[in-house]
Structure formats: C-alpha cells, structure tokens
Design a protein around this ligand. Structure first.
Ligand code: MN3
Length: 386
C-alpha cells in the first residue's frame, strides 16, 4: 500500500487522480489533500476518502472546513495558506506527493517535499520551468524520484526505459496544435477567450487550455523536458500531431524511434506515475487502430505561435530567463481570461517582459531569487495593463 498527498485535489488532474485511487483496489491511500477555495468539492473528498489532513490555500475556506469537521466529529487536521500546502507535502505518513496545483505556487511545497524525501508525481510543469536546475539537483541529492505526470513527459519517460541519456539523439515532443492549428495572425487578431478555451482533444483547466492555444504549453513542456531528461534544447523537437495518439517519442543514436501511444486520458500517465512505473490494470480506454486509421505530423508554425519560439529562446538563455517567461505568461493568461487583453497580446507581453528584465536573467537560480523575480515581473505587467 502506498500513502499519498495531492496538492490541488479539486482541479482537473487532482480529480482524475482521485479516479485512479478509486480504482486502485485500496493499494493507494489518500492521506492529505489541498485545494484553493473549493469548499464543496473538498467536503465530498473528505466524505469519500477520509484523509487525515486538509489544507485550503484560502484562509476563509479553511475556517469553513474546520467548522465542517467539528460539526461532523471528523478527526482531520485543517491547515491554510502556503504553509498549509507545505504541511500536506511533507507529512510523516506519506511516500509520495502528487503536485497538480496550477502555476508557480507549486514550487515551494515541491522543494519542501523533496527535502522531506517524498517521491514527486509532478503535474505542475511551472515548477520545473522556473527552477528546474534547483529541483533536479535537490531530488538527486535526496534520492527522490520525480515521476512526470504530463502526458508527453510520461511518454518520454516510458520510451526511455532501460536506456540512458547517452543513448538518446533526440526527444520528440508531440503537440495537438491546439484550437487554432493552421490559423494565421489575421485570424488570431479577432479570436475570443472562449474560442481559445475550446481544446480539440484534451479536457483541461483554463490556464493550460489557453497555454495550449498559444502553444506556450508546448514551450513550457520543452523546458520541462530539458530539465527532466537532461537533454540540450537543440535535441528537443516539437512535432504537431493533431490526433494526439502518440504522446511523445525518443529518437536513439541508431536512428530507432520509440514512441508511447495511448488514448487521450490523463488517468494513464497519472496511474503510471503514482505506481512508480508498475503496469497496473487499464483504467484508460484501449486504442482501436482500425478506428484511428491514420496518424499525421506537421511542423509547428513558430511565426504565428510566437510563444513557442520565446520559450525556446528563454530556455536556451537559461538562468532566470524561464522564470521571467513563466511569470509573464501566467499574468498575461490571467489578463486574457479577464478579457483585459487580446489573444495576440499574450506573446507581446512575454516578449516585452523578457526584454525589460534582461539584466536579471543571469542571477543565480535559487528559491529566493526565483520568488522575488517572479513577483517583480507580475507586478510590472499588472501595473502596465490594469
Ligand atoms: Mn502536456
């Protein structure tokens, strides 16, 4: 039996992780959960899974849950704020933390969890983007496994089984292309937030849906892959594959390519990560190749989807450049969701932030510098665009 905590239990990945736990025949026990402010969903989780610890990011929400536990005579410790998240991530009883919070807020609890020697099922890509060097070094030091939950990285992780980075000549990240695949700048000028939120293949949260429409999601994944698999950016290639059946591939020195295929269901990579590479019974739907018929591949359009280009650039610059990229993107996506900016302005804002903070890029990648610079970048964008 394995004991786990979920950070971000009420979001898209969190909810699907609960499905995986449900069908694990009690092999996985949920000990701690965190959420931002989704009080009703947390009550449901409490009633079904009976975790021992709950953390609500939002102070008021934690009071509501505390009250609920008192009224119902439930022996549950309830915490709040980022300290609460850190508590949930470092509990004595747990073996693993699944981090599915959205955005760079996941960084600090992830580092704390690694320091407490918990294995990490990583669904929070921003953590590796802003501080990949730091996180991977710490994980190595502490002897902790980082198990990717992102479908592409899970695919690479699976395709790499039995080989080392010296055998690899290229990592090929597949991309669905998002809702605006094949469109040009002229078309993108007038698209709305709702158009951007309609992803053709995956059902996801709002932030990642927008990131998929701008292709920044793929950009963040390139940086994530660089750190996870210690692969130079020159050897990471993005291929648009609209059917999303191949989740990514590894090309080896002998020109052989190994790919991982599966249905577009996040439960599959979640299950693989939380079972630490053990192959369990299928929860995801099996593929029917007669139905699929054809798989196609295209080159991504970097001139229209500038975010992907910017991510490569920031990644190659290294240091704190990905931190600037990520902070600017998170803020720009919020502004777009609030309908304060237009779709094409997302990449403009990021490009401008990378230029404006260029002096900061070469500072040391440590927790303090990352958190401070992230804050500065966001404030700068907020002031300019509000
Ligand atoms: Mn992905």
């Amino acid at each position: 039996m394995k004991n786990i905590s979920i950070l971000g239990a009420t979001g898209s990945i969190g909810t699907q992780t609960l499905d995986v736990i449900r069908s694990s025949n009690n092999e996985i026990k949920l000990i701690g959960v965190s959420a931002n402010s989704s009080v009703e969903k947390i009550k449901e989780i409490i009633n079904e899974f009976n975790p021992k610890y709950v953390a609500m990011m939002d102070e008021e929400s934690s009071k509501v849950i505390k009250r609920y536990c008192l009224d119902n005579n439930l022996k549950i410790e309830v915490y709040s704020g980022i300290e609460g998240l850190e508590k949930i991530a470092t509990l004595e009883e747990i073996d693993m933390v699944l981090t599915s919070v959205v955005g760079m807020i996941g960084l600090r609890p992830t580092i704390k969890a690694i320091e407490a020697k918990k294995d990490i099922a990583l669904a929070n890509k921003e953590t590796l983007v802003v501080a990949g060097e730091l996180v991977m070094k710490k994980a190595k030091e502490m002897g902790v496994d980082i198990l990717p939950v992102d479908s592409e990285h899970s695919a690479i992780f699976q395709a790499l089984n039995g080989y080392t980075e010296n055998d690899v000549s290229k990592i090929i990240l597949t991309a669905s292309g998002g809702p605006f695949r094949g469109k040009d700048n002229e078309y993108l000028k007038s698209v709305t937030v709702n158009d951007a939120l309609k992803h053709p293949k995956w059902n996801m949260g709002q932030k990642i849906s927008i990131d998929s429409a701008t292709l920044m999601n793929k950009g963040l994944e390139v940086i994530e892959a660089h750190f996870l698999f210690n692969c130079p950016y020159e050897n990471i290639e993005v291929v648009v594959h609209p059917q999303s059946i191949i989740h990514s591939m590894v090309e080896y020195n002998d020109a052989s390519v190994i790919a991982q295929l599966g249905s577009t269901d996040m439960k599959l990579p979640i299950q693989y990560a939380i079972n630490k590479k053990e192959r369990k019974h299928a929860i995801a739907k099996k593929l029917n190749f007669y139905e699929i018929g054809a798989l196609t591949f295209e080159k991504p359009d970097l001139e229209t989807f500038k975010c992907l280009k910017l991510a490569y650039k920031a990644g190659k610059e290294g240091g704190l450049a990905p931190c600037i990229l990520n902070g600017a993107n998170e803020e720009a996506v919020s502004l777009l969701l609030e309908e304060k900016i237009k779709f094409l302005q997302v990449s403009e804002i990021i490009e401008e932030a990378l230029e404006n903070f260029k002096e900061e890029k070469s500072k040391e990648v440590n927790l303090e510098n990352v958190i401070e610079l992230d804050k500065k970048v966001r404030e700068y964008i907020r002031v300019r665009w509000n």
